[in-house]
Design a protein around this ligand. Structure first.
Ligand code: PAF
Length: 282
């Protein structure tokens, strides 16, 4: 496995790969890797001739500098995990490499950046769009792999690829969960043991809501009970719990069985903000 730090180092490798007509899978990450990331790498190594993983904690997608500073950085452990997962290359650029000058470009992802993560984390998707577009230009993969846990990010990136005509495909990989159902996330490392136990509330409420909707209960009742469950749970604060179209992110007031629908949730457990989602009708 080769570690690459600059675009100049990457270009000859890319040229050699494409001269031989080989496919290149790309897994963009911010490090602090867990099994969820390794699932993306496994999908890529199974389907592609070569796999490159990027590790870059992107400053432009954080809403507060405190959140950015607190983001776990575990490069040595990440490289060891990627080596055993069979990645061929790891791209670890510096901030100066990806942002050599101030960036003025602003994306408008329409509805996708006005609701849920877009509403609660203003500017977040602009930062994601910027860094992913830069990485796609540099890496030039055949296919890029993203986790379904960040469902709204997936919708934003698909729009980016479509609107900017990136000639690559996007593969979405199911969410990897802990034994009790908590979605794996680098942020889970920041939960205290007590918070870690409380955090399962996100997934248990998603599962309960799915069961109740499919049994014919109205969304308004399910939503009200979920809010109640969070308001009475110690240390947990619900930010949103929304029924929506998994691609357009149109928010629905009622559940219907004849259209794709997912539920997305965001909640604070202590100081740690967690997100999750569950398809109700695929
Ligand atoms: O999902 C992430 O880890 C990040 O948002 C991404 C896609 C690597 C961009 O920084």
């Amino acid at each position: 496995m080769k570690v690459i730090r600059t675009e100049a180092e990457w270009k000859p490798i890319w040229t050699a790969i494409f001269k031989e007509d080989k496919s290149l899978g790309f897994v963009p990450t911010m490090g602090a890797l867990h099994q969820g990331h390794l699932d993306l790498v496994a999908k890529s190594t199974a389907a592609m001739d070569f796999t490159v993983v990027s590790i870059f904690v992107n400053p432009t997608q954080f809403n507060s500098s405190e959140d950015f500073q607190k983001y776990p950085q575990t490069l040595e452990a990440d490289l060891a995990l990627l080596e055993s997962a069979g990645a061929d290359f790891v791209f670890v650029p510096s901030v100066a490499t990806l942002y050599p000058q101030p960036t003025y470009l602003r994306f408008d992802f329409g509805n996708l950046e006005q609701v849920l993560e877009g509403e609660f984390r203003p500017g977040h998707f602009n930062g994601v769009g910027l860094v992913v577009a830069k990485l796609f230009h540099i890496i030039q993969p055949t296919c890029a792999f993203f986790g379904q846990k960040d469902l709204q990010q997936v919708a934003v990136i698909k729009r980016l690829v479509q609107d900017l005509s990136f000639g690559l495909s996007i593969e979405v990989v199911p969410t990897r969960r802990e034994k009790d159902g908590l979605a794996m996330s680098s942020r889970n490392q920041r939960l205290s043991p007590a918070e870690r136990q409380q955090a399962v509330l996100l997934y248990s409420q998603l599962l309960l809501a799915k069961e109740r909707l499919l049994a014919g209960e109205p969304w308004s009742m399910v939503l009200a009970d979920t809010k109640l469950a969070f308001s009475t749970a110690a240390n947990c604060q619900l930010e949103y719990f929304a029924l929506l179209h998994p691609e357009t992110f149109k928010i629905f007031d009622t559940f219907r069985t004849d259209r794709p629908q997912s539920i997305c949730i965001a909640a604070f457990v202590g100081q740690v903000r967690l997100i999750d989602n569950l398809p109700i009708i695929a």
